[in-house]
Design a binder for this molecule. Structure first.
Ligand code: DGY
Length: 323
């Protein structure tokens, strides 16, 4: 039997590309730029599997393309709001993701942002690089400590729990979370977390708010001007989830007005574009969607896609099927 044809829409870690090339007729989009709709439709017609990333938009026109041959979309990433799930279900195309393997890397990055904003690390680095540091002074660039502060988590899945563990056990923070489903007592007990059913009540008490909910219509602009106004003037907002969860224009206005003290963002509403007003502000740290960007994690993500493809082409259930 001929080997299934598999497309990677971007370059992946070499170890994973090599692993896949040994098993499949592999096409790699070697210019490593996001593929447009026409190219993705063509790929659906010429491959048995396509493997997109968060940088691709895989909408209904791609998934339901006439003459599509692909029967599985093996997404390289845990979030899959860039893929039209309903269209996959209509077309009977399997969709898989890569949970678990990026939990620690993303939680590490949430803590990176918490610390960078709390200790004004972005501002400080810009000052040093600009040659504008006048030397140590008792009142210079004063930040805030984490110990004893309240971390409010919106969403309480794997990444939020790993963030909570670092914040609670490593930095002595108090953990509050809001999520549609309350977690079992043992999960809450592991980080002494309190469940707060109301997002508003969580926002009103948190010193740091970290977002860990999925993207998509249900969470679009969950953090808007009205909810930013509920937060403490000293509060810091962290987003390592999806850019669309935050109304960026409202956030920029709140940061400029001092409605909240700071923000740390790894994701944006229209990546790779970043709201121009945010770029002008000192009290926001802006990272280029680095949550899963470690050697270990990016290889593990690729191997997770490989495991899903292997199961699918062997006629068994892919372990991470989400549609
Ligand atoms: C994901 O996996 O959803 C990240 O955003 C990209 O790694």
């Amino acid at each position: 039997m001929s080997r299934p044809h598999v497309l990677l829409t971007r370059r992946w870690p070499l170890a994973v590309e090599t692993y896949l090339a040994d098993r499949y007729a592999l096409t790699i989009n070697s210019d490593d730029r996001p593929m447009d709709e026409a190219a993705l439709i063509e790929a659906m017609r010429t491959h048995d599997a396509i493997c997109p990333t968060v940088s691709d938009t895989v909408g209904a026109a791609v998934i339901e393309a006439a003459g599509a041959r692909a029967r599985i979309i093996g997404n390289y990433g845990v979030g899959y709001n860039h893929v039209d799930v309903a269209a996959c279900e209509r077309a009977g195309i399997a969709l898989t993701n890569t949970p678990d393997v990026l939990t620690d890397a993303t939680a590490d990055l949430a803590l990176t942002l918490i610390l960078m904003v709390a200790r004004r690390a972005g501002e400080g680095e810009r000052m040093v690089r600009a040659g504008a540091w006048p030397g140590w002074a008792p009142t210079q660039m004063i930040g805030s400590e984490l110990k004893g502060k309240t971390l409010g988590l919106i969403g309480f899945g794997r990444i939020a729990q790993a963030t909570a563990a670092r914040a609670h056990h490593g930095f002595g923070m108090r953990i509050v979370y809001s999520a549609p489903r309350r977690q079992p007592a043992e999960i809450e007990a592991a980080v002494s977390a309190t469940h707060e059913p109301s997002v508003e009540a969580l926002l009103a008490q948190a010193d740091f708010v970290s977002l860990h909910c999925p993207g998509g219509a249900a969470t679009h602009h969950l953090i808007d001007a009205a909810r930013l106004a509920i937060m403490k003037p000293s509060a810091i907002l962290i987003n390592t989830a999806r850019g669309t969860v935050v109304d960026e224009a409202a956030l920029a206005a709140a940061l400029a007005a001092g409605t909240i003290a700071g923000a740390g963002l790894d994701v944006y509403e229209a990546e790779p574009q970043v709201n121009a007003a945010l770029l002008r502000l000192e009290n926001v740290v802006l990272l280029p969607h680095l949550g899963s960007a470690t050697t270990e994690t990016r290889i593990a993500m690729g191997m997770r896609v490989a495991a899903n493809l292997e199961a699918f082409f062997a006629g068994t259930a892919p372990p991470d099927r989400v549609a």
